[in-house]
Design a protein around this ligand. Structure first.
Ligand code: ADP
Length: 191
């Protein structure tokens, strides 16, 4: 299996690039943000719980997210690989993912991190908020909160994978095509 984590701060373009990457490499897309938004739209108990955190720019509790990932993984046994998008977001999630992978006799192949400046990120998110209907993209205060959560809780995930020699930074500014090429180049070097 080829299992890729696409890493980066909110607004770094993970969703956009993920769509292209899953198509090019035949991977199953696992976006915890998308899964959570689906739970919210379906008004499930999990969705109702998650919404309170998301609307405040906070992370949804690890146990909730890890359970969701477990279920999704088991529902796609035929996958030749996964693209993890927006997950893991804490070191505890990274450890749970590593455990899950080894229970399934596989592992994370590579972590690619999109590198984008904070000014550019805020600009993109506020722009997205105008059209996406996402309540967490409309409010600059919520966006700033998400950045501070990213720095404090998610950034350490990079160190976790760096220590395993699986972490690589890729340019996240420029055209969508240019960024995609950079990602593909890093992946193709491994194949
Ligand atoms: P973005 O990366 O643009 O902020 P996402 O769609 O990945 O957007 O996530 C939106 C929100 O969903 C996050 O701010 C967070 O509240 C919640 N969320 C998504 N993935 C996770 C996760 N792995 N762990 C905890 N919370 C998550």
């Amino acid at each position: 299996m080829f299992n890729l984590i696409l890493f980066g701060p909110p607004g770094s373009g993970k969703g956009t690039q993920s769509e292209r990457l899953v198509e090019r490499y035949g991977l199953v897309h696992l976006s915890t943000g998308n899964l959570l938004r689906k739970e919210i739209a379906d008004k499930t108990a999990l969705g109702l719980e998650a919404k309170r955190f998301i609307d405040n720019g906070q992370l949804v509790p690890d146990a909730v997210v890890i359970g969701m990932v477990d279920t999704y993984f088991d529902a796609h046994r035929e996958a030749k690989g996964f693209l993890f998008d927006g997950f893991p977001r804490t070191v505890a999630q990274a450890q749970a993912l590593d455990d899950l992978m080894s229970r399934k006799n596989t592992s994370i192949s590579l972590v690619l991190a999109l590198d984008v400046s904070e000014d550019e990120l805020i600009k993109r998110l506020l722009n997205r908020g105008k059209t996406s209907g996402r309540s967490d993209d409309n409010d600059e205060e919520v966006i700033r909160k998400r950045f501070s959560v990213y720095l404090n809780e998610t950034r350490p995930v990079a160190l976790h994978y760096n220590a395993l020699h699986k972490f690589q930074e890729v340019k996240g500014e420029g055209s969508v095509d240019e960024i995609f090429s950079g990602l593909c180049e890093a992946i193709d070097k491994l194949h």
